[in-house]
Design a binder for this molecule. Sequence first.
Ligand code: GLV
Ligand code: MN
Ligand code: MN
Length: 401
Amino acid sequence: MSDIRIDPDRLLADLDTLRSFGQCETGVVRPAYSEAELAARGWLAERLRAAGLEVAVDPVGNLFGLPRSDAPCLLVGSHSDSQPEGGWLDGAYGVIAGLEVARASRESGGPPIAVVSFQDEEGRFTTLTGSSVWAGQMSLEEARRLTDNAGRTLAEVCRQPQGLPAPVAVAPDRFRAFLEIHIEQGPVLDTSGEKIGVVESIVGIRSERLRFTGQQNHAGTTPMHLRHDAVQGFVRFAERLNARFAEVVTPATVWTVGHVAVHPNASSIVPGRVDFTVQWRDAETARLDAMTEIVRRTAEDVAGEMGLGHERSSYATIPPSACDPGLIEILAEAAEATAPGKWRRMPSGALHDAANAAHRMPMAMLFVPSKGGISHSFAEDTERADLVLGAQALARAAARV
Ligand code: GLV
Ligand code: MN
Ligand code: MN
């Protein structure tokens, strides 16, 4: 079997260009459907075309580069949107590495390979929005009704870049398997000095949006015992949640209160409202369920004790998923050939579009190290040599799938 030989300079040059869309300091600000994200997708479409692939975009904005033949083929890729403050490699690396592998395979007479950049992986609307719709985990109609933190619906902001063909559905069953390469986004490989992670499983996630409503009032004249202060309720909730979670979690379980909006957010006003998110992740569905029950009970208890109103709605539910055993072995062989003795098998604590692909086809993933284990931050980075090595391992595997 002949290997697919990638061009490291072309890979890195394309990655640098993608970084320029929405670049801010050393990172990017490129949330789904923003001007920067639209421009990036337009540029990516051109690169896919130049690589001899047929460009297709689906109604939610997932961008595909498809080989001309209809025969079922391998799909590789990731996402090109970012967190509100994101790193330059999160998702972008997997898309550009996929592009390079598909392009190099075509140049060397290798197997036809399709490329994808999924839309809104980073959860402006919900975690893995684009791939959830593509894989049939969520209907397009449901997705279009989702709102972001500013209250705008996906339907309101969904746009496609200029110059793309009209949106069409791209059926998952035209692909045989999905491979995604990603930065690790954690400290494991960087600490061990290893170069490649072969992912065996992806955690599950649940998250909810919550609101505590109190009585907005004057901060100088309202006696403490008469207040219905939404922020004090939020603080009590967060502390009690930590205490209650401690009874059910393992050292691998994580939870985050990542978004908090205080209304009206002024120093002389007893806050009338707090909107916030709680997100929790674990490898076991039963534990995720137990934590859901704790979140709901704690919100009810605190609201009752403090005379607050409370509302909540589910924001994301993605079950834990397992990578395909056969693909894991192909990736392990590629990792050993590319970085002998310097790789490991590992779980993913980050969510990835591969988790949705798993509902429709065999999937597996590779990781490369993240410097200092930092991600979802402008400080996110990876050694350029490690980016090349990872793409070489992906290319070796792609030739063998
Ligand atoms: C994906 O970005 C995640 O939050 O894991
Ligand atoms: Mn990502
Ligand atoms: Mn991310």
